[in-house]
Design a protein around this ligand. Structure first.
Ligand SMILES: [Zn+2]
Length: 232
């Protein structure tokens, strides 16, 4: 996976974001250890289709047979997300001078939108802005349909130095409500199958470490801080 280490051009970044939302994704990854190590291949549906199917199968009477209380929260989240994205893509299409009426799904619309929008010779800056939005949608869809593993990191944040933070209700003066206070670790790692989409976040200073390089930096910073403490 060396190719993921290099920096993408704005056009490549945008096509990656567009494809993740609107094209089937062919995934190949190593599984197992030693002699049983093998390449596992699978094809994931376009994220927008996956989201659409999740809604349809939850709303339809015959779908799945799961109990209502089990499916409702996800379906509601997925439905809101789908409506938001669908509305936004349709307005992009109209801004670009197209009409989104004929195309049925946002998956189809976003690809025709891209072809049309391309003809306006957008700057790298504009490409990056749209890529950022599409990457945000991809993350939101994955968070909704395939919630990642969250792991507390038992170390202080190397940026702000905080290790714990209080969450819960705040009183009007901004102090913590003593009846509703919970102390949690500031550093959380969010792990996905694709390591490039894994990240860690500090809840105290909002610093985010995303992808292999930055996650490695965080690990080293934490290990260094530990070593300094041990020799102090
Ligand atoms: Zn921090």
């Amino acid at each position: 996976m060396k190719s993921t280490d290099r920096k993408f051009t704005s056009t490549e970044r945008m096509l990656n974001a567009l494809d993740a939302l609107s094209k089937p994704q062919h995934i190949a990854e190593w599984q197992g250890e030693g002699n049983s190590k093998h390449i596992f291949r699978r094809t994931d549906p376009p994220l927008l289709d996956w989201l659409r199917e999740a809604i349809v199968s939850n709303m339809g009477g015959s779908g799945g047979g799961r109990q209502a209380r089990e499916r409702t929260p996800m379906a509601v989240g997925a439905f809101t997300l789908y409506e938001d994205i669908d509305g936004r893509i349709r307005s992009w299409m109209m801004e670009a001078g197209g009409t989104p009426i004929k195309a049925i799904t946002p998956t189809q619309i976003i690809r025709s939108w891209y072809a049309l929008w391309q003809t306006s010779n957008p700057t790298d800056h504009r490409r990056d802005a749209y890529s950022g939005i599409m990457e945000g949608w991809a993350d939101a869809i994955r968070d909704n349909l395939d919630p990642p593993k969250k792991i507390e990191i038992t170390a202080p944040c190397p940026i702000c130095g905080q290790e714990w933070i209080n969450i819960g209700l705040k009183l009007l003066d901004g102090q913590d409500d003593p009846d509703d206070v919970e102390r949690v670790r500031t550093l959380i790692a969010v792990e996905r199958d694709n390591i490039n989409e894994s990240y860690a976040i500090c809840k105290a200073c909002d610093k985010v470490w995303k992808g292999v390089g930055q996650m490695r930096w965080l690990r080293i910073a934490i290990d260094d801080a530990d070593a300094t403490k041990a020799t102090a």
